[in-house]
Design a protein around this ligand. Structure first.
Ligand code: FPP
Length: 249
């Protein structure tokens, strides 16, 4: 580990309050590639290395959950060659990393409209989920073909269905009942949402779950994201005064 990384890690460990759940909007692959006069998929490929850095950084820092926005529902509208490059990268990522993730105690979950994935991508997803199911150090949520509004609609439909089936009273619908029907039902809401490339938008990511997340916007383009950037974000988080609508104590 580089000096700055270990210093930053030591600092956040001393401070103590590490976020339990970090969500990341990985942005800037296209700009990173363009700056090098390369096609966009070149940036996505470079972004794979940064995914590894994020996972390893979370493991080192003691973060329990990491949620990555890897492919949005809107991303299906990108040019065909970019979509297929991203799907192939997903398969490659799983082929390359599944064993290591398992060895590191990472449990991978994949969420989104997975029916749209190619049979090869879908079977890679099944494989990594199955092979890492026993991991207990870090839960890694990969959001693929995902949209936050679609997730909310899906949860609403599930509630409506339960009412229609007679297993749920309308009066019993509360925030907990709603949250239990989201993809993230088993993990706490993100404490920290990081977005790279300087953009200041949520882009339809985890709309319900980030209600009280602290936002950290990094100017770094995703392929340049490394553990030092992650630790800076955690350090920034530790300086925040989280009030959840109440007053400071
Ligand atoms: C946004 O950058 C990034 C994506 C749409 C894809 C993210 C994918 C990866 C990081 C690679 C593989 C990841 C996994 C988990 C296998 P952009 O293309 O919108 O960048 P731009 O805004 O600069 O054009």
């Amino acid at each position: 580990m580089a000096d700055t990384e270990s210093e930053l890690l030591a600092r956040i460990r001393v401070h103590g309050a590490v976020p339990r759940h970090i969500a990341i909007i990985m942005d800037g692959n296209g700009r990173w590639a363009r700056a090098r006069r390369m096609p966009r998929p070149f940036g996505h490929r470079a972004g794979m290395k940064a995914v590894r850095a994020a996972v390893e950084g979370c493991l080192q820092a003691g973060v329990e959950w990491l949620s990555l926005f890897a492919f949005s529902q809107e991303n299906w509208q990108r040019p065909e060659n970019e979509v297929s490059a991203l799907m192939l990268l997903l398969e490659e990522y799983i082929a390359r990393e599944a064993a290591e993730l398992r060895a590191q105690g990472v449990c991978v979950r994949v969420h989104g409209d997975l029916a749209r994935l190619s049979p090869a991508a879908a079977s890679a997803v099944d494989r990594v989920v199955r092979e890492t199911a026993g991991g207990s150090r870090l839960g890694l949520n990969l959001f693929i073909s995902y949209g936050g509004r679609a997730e909310v609609v899906r949860a609403a439909r599930s509630l409506a269905q339960a009412v229609r089936d007679g297993t749920l009273e309308v009066e019993a619908i509360d925030e907990a009942a709603f949250a239990s029907r989201l993809y993230t039902a088993e993990c706490p809401d993100p404490d920290l949402l990081i977005r790279t490339s300087g953009e200041q938008r949520l882009s339809n990511f985890l709309l319900w779950q980030v209600a009280y997340a602290e936002l950290h916007i990094s100017p770094v383009l995703w392929p340049d994201f490394d553990r030092a950037v992650l630790y800076e974000a955690i350090s920034d988080f530790q300086r925040r005064d989280r009030r959840f609508g109440k007053v400071s104590t």
